[in-house]
Structure formats: structure tokens, C-alpha cells
Design a protein around this ligand. Structure first.
Ligand SMILES: NC(=O)c1ccc[n+]([C@@H]2O[C@H](COP(=O)([O-])OP(=O)(O)OC[C@H]3O[C@@H](n4cnc5c(N)ncnc54)[C@H](OP(=O)(O)O)[C@@H]3O)[C@@H](O)[C@H]2O)c1
Length: 245
């Protein structure tokens, strides 16, 4: 699907919210979706980085995004609702749940309790609060796309990937349950596994790896566009490997 060629106006008229928009894959998704006409709502934990990204997108000639500050490590159901309410959104056609943390890698036998809680909070619980909060707006859209972000270690467990791997199994489960609950509605729900990608997270996981051997976030964008745009209508409940051969 990386050979998908998106029309330049694929996302025109669509309002899309992205988490983890200030770095890595999320940042590239923000620039790419905006360049394809989307009105963006960016969520992040750093107001300065968010403001700078909004300015960069606005300066490119794309629609100026709006942004909300939400630290997913401490977000509760109530604070998530308050953050989204403050944005006063009137429509939402897409939700890209991209933010994530790696946590400390190592055997499960040595997993630190606070690290476990932090990774599960950011990678799983905060996404559930966001889904619950955004679902009413997504259901009002004529056709909506909800994308969660998985990982290869969320489909086949691997020694040493600890709470991160388990959180991504939970992400796959959340996608499947939600897709089943929303079957027959206008909201499609899918998961993307980016695969090894040249970002800070990958560098932290594999410090000895040469990043130049990895695909860049930009190279993955055809699949992100495909799943967010009209050509994936009707596809739901699937887990997509961005870099499958
Ligand atoms: N890169 C890979 O090889 C790879 C492979 C498989 C899956 N993935 C998944 O792809 C997604 C994006 O990963 P990436 O490689 O782009 O990672 P990244 O470069 O580390 O970016 C992670 C993003 O998540 C945000 N984030 C982290 N903790 C947060 C918190 N407490 N509150 C709000 N935002 C927070 C970061 O915000 P800041 O900008 O403020 O730091 C950043 O924008 C993740 O879900 C990851 O698990 C990546």
C-alpha cells in the first residue's frame, strides 16, 4: 500500500485530530494530512512545539491547525473530556491515535511497577479516554476513520519488549472490539503497524542500528493517507503492516 497515490485534495473538507503530532511519525502525518487539505487538530504535551508546528503548517499555505495540550501520562477521562471540550470542535472526520512511549526494555521479571503503569497509561488508557470523548463527533461525520498505532511486537510477542509489547497487544484488541461495536456505522476502525521507522523511538529501542537503513516516516504516508481518505471506505477491523512486502 506504500505505492498508493493520494489525490492532492484527498482530505479537503475533513477535520482530523492527531496525537503525538510534535515528533516522529505523527509530525510527518500532520504535515502530510495538512498538505492534502485537512483541517487539523493537533494534540501534544508541549505547547511551544505545538505552536511552532501550527505556524509551519500555516506558512506552507495549508489550513492553520488548532491545537490542544494534553499530557497523556496523566490524562484521565475527565481531563481528556475537558481538553477536547475546550477545542469546541463542531466536526471530526478522522482520529489518528499515534502518540506512544517505549518505556524501559527488559525482561518481564524485572519490570518496574511505575514504568508499567506509565506505558499502559500513555499507550492504552489515554487512547480509550480519547476514543470515548471523540466518538460522538466521529459518529456524526458522514464517513469517519479512526486509526490506532500498533507494532510488530503487538502481534507476536518478543523477549525484552516488556510493557510496550503488551500495550500494543492491547491496542490491537481495542481496535478489534471497537470495530466490531461500530460495524455497520459510518466509523471505520483500523490499526497501523509502522514497522521499523527512522524516529527517536526506534533509535532508543535499537541504539546500535544504522538509522539510514530504515524507512523514514514520509515513506509510510501513502498508507496513512489511504486509511484516512475515501479510498478505504468500508475497510474496518484490520491491522495494517505499513512495511509488509
Ligand atoms: N518508529 C518505529 O519504528 C515504530 C515502530 C512500530 C510502532 N511505532 C509506533 O508509532 C507511533 C509513533 O512513534 P514514533 O516512532 O514517531 O515515536 P516518537 O518519535 O518517539 O514520537 C512519539 C510521539 O508521542 C508523543 N508522546 C509521548 N509521550 C507523550 C505524553 N505523555 N503525552 C503526549 N504525547 C506524548 C511525543 O511527544 P513529544 O513530541 O512531546 O515528545 C511524540 O510526539 C507510536 O505509537 C509507536 O509505538 C513506531
Amino acid at each position: 500500500m506504500l505505492d498508493y497515490q493520494a489525490p492532492p485534495t484527498l482530505l479537503a473538507g475533513k477535520c482530523i485530530l492527531i496525537t503525538g503530532a510534535t515528533a516522529g511519525i505523527g509530525r510527518t502525518a500532520a504535515l502530510t494530512f495538512a498538505a492534502h487539505g485537512a483541517q487539523l487538530v493537533l494534540l501534544g504535551r508541549d505547547p511551544l512545539k505545538l505552536r511552532q508546528l501550527c505556524e509551519e503548517i500555516g506558512a506552507s499555505g495549508a489550513l492553520l491547525p488548532r491545537y490542544g495540550v494534553l499530557d497523556l501520562a496523566t490524562a484521565s477521562q475527565a481531563t481528556t473530556r475537558a481538553c477536547i471540550a475546550a477545542l469546541a470542535l463542531t466536526r471530526l472526520d478522522g482520529l489518528l491515535l499515534n502518540a506512544g512511549v517505549l518505556g524501559t526494555l527488559g525482561p518481564l521479571a524485572e519490570l518496574d511497577e511505575q514504568e508499567w503503569q506509565r506505558v499502559l497509561q500513555v499507550n492504552v488508557s489515554a487512547n480509550l479516554w480519547l476514543i470515548q470523548t471523540c466518538l460522538p463527533l466521529l459518529q456524526q461525520a458522514p464517513q469517519a476513520s479512526l486509526l490506532l498505532t500498533s507494532s510488530g511486537v503487538g502481534k507476536r510477542g518478543r523477549a525484552g519488549w516488556g510493557s510496550y509489547a503488551i500495550s500494543k497487544f492491547a491496542t490491537e484488541g481495542m481496535m478489534q472490539v471497537l470495530a466490531d461495536e461500530l460495524a455497520g456505522t459510518g466509523v471505520r476502525v483500523n490499526a497501523i503497524n509502522p514497522g521499523a521507522t527512522r524516529t527517536a523511538m526506534r533509535a532508543a529501542a535499537k541504539p546500535d542500528e544504522d538509522p539510514l537503513t530504515l524507512r523514514t516516516p514520509a515513506e509510510l504516508m501513502p498508507l496513512y493517507l489511504y486509511l484516512m481518505g475515501q479510498h478505504s471506505l468500508g475497510l474496518t477491523g484490520q491491522s495494517w503492516d505499513a512495511q509488509s512486502k
